[in-house]
Design a protein around this ligand. Structure first.
Ligand code: ATP
Length: 282
């Protein structure tokens, strides 16, 4: 049996640059990991089946599960004769903008690499991961990275200064494709990724907090105005910086002192079912 930890990701930044000819938005963003984790175990089967076992009944277990898709891709690409049973202990909120499915897929690829002794490098895993989804290559190594284009272009950055993270998911669902459909790129918009890169290079916590931004925040907020209310709630209760992650609806706030972080946690705990107090991993 092999075990893997799959951390959630958050976006420090998410800039959209322009709409490409293929209809996708050119995105530039900085992602990092937090210690809010799914835990996965992998066991070889005697048959060729891929079986995904998740307790929460709202998470798909068949082909729609990204861990299943990752296992199938590994099995086919490397001509693996045996099947695998994947058990997922799910802690990351689902459809939240925290990359839950992507990190499970990445953990599955790392787990199967070990379980079947494939000896694949991180680079090889990242290349294959792109076939599952744009955020999966980042999740292969986690850490903190600048991600450009549709997922393949990853540049590792310095670990962020240590901080507490209050993560809160409003009780609403958001579809990532729908958020991008609503995004209008008529006017050029200020971008923050370069400022965030600089903050990380200099280990400047203050500048990092100032650079937190997400171009999708305003779009998601039009659909669910509780997003900006939550962000302002965090800032008013003492967060050094706060922003929505991915396409939302999860919002997180940063704090360096634990007392400050607990205060923010208590302030938002009433308005969301899912609130966590964790640390940046980076
Ligand atoms: P994205 O930003 O890529 O949309 P997300 O973090 O907002 O991702 P996920 O938690 O990955 O959201 O869930 C998105 C969808 O993926 C849900 O509809 C869920 O049913 C499905 N899904 C597939 N595999 C998984 C998995 N292993 N864990 C959670 N959800 C999964």
């Amino acid at each position: 049996m092999i075990y893997e930890t799959a951390p959630a990701k958050i976006n420090f930044t998410l800039d959209t640059l322009f709409k490409r000819a293929d209809g996708y938005h050119e995105v530039e963003m900085i992602m990092t990991t937090i210690d809010l984790n799914d835990r996965l175990s992998f066991e070889i089967r005697n048959d060729q089946q891929i079986v995904v076992d998740v307790e929460q009944n709202y998470v798909p277990t068949g082909v729609k599960n990204l861990a299943y898709q990752a296992a199938k891709l590994m099995q086919e690409t490397y001509n693996i004769d045996s099947g695998v049973t994947i058990s997922i202990d799910k802690n990351i909120p689902v459809s939240a903008g925290l990359g839950g499915g992507s990190t499970d897929a990445a953990a599955t690829m790392r787990g199967m690499n070990q379980l079947f002794d494939l000896g694949l490098s991180m680079d090889e895993l990242r290349t294959l991961a792109l076939e599952i989804g744009t955020d999966v290559p980042f999740c292969i190594q986690g850490q903190t990275a600048l991600c450009k284009g549709i997922g393949g272009n990853i540049e590792l950055l310095n670990k962020p200064p240590s901080a507490w993270v209050v993560v809160a998911k409003p009780n609403v669902g958001l579809s990532t494709p729908e958020v991008f459909r609503q995004l209008k790129l008529v006017e050029p918009c200020k971008t923050y990724t370069h400022m965030c890169v600089e903050a990380l290079q200099n280990g400047d916590y203050q500048q990092l907090c100032e650079s937190l931004s997400n171009r999708l925040e305003i779009v998601s907020n039009e659909m669910h105005p509780e997003i900006l209310k939550l962000k302002h709630n965090m800032l008013n209760s003492g967060a050094d910086g706060a922003v929505m992650s991915g396409s939302g609806p999860t919002v997180y706030g940063l704090a360096q002192k634990v007392s400050q972080a607990k205060h923010i946690y208590n302030s938002v705990n009433g308005c969301c079912n899912e609130v966590y107090l964790v640390r940046l991993l980076g």
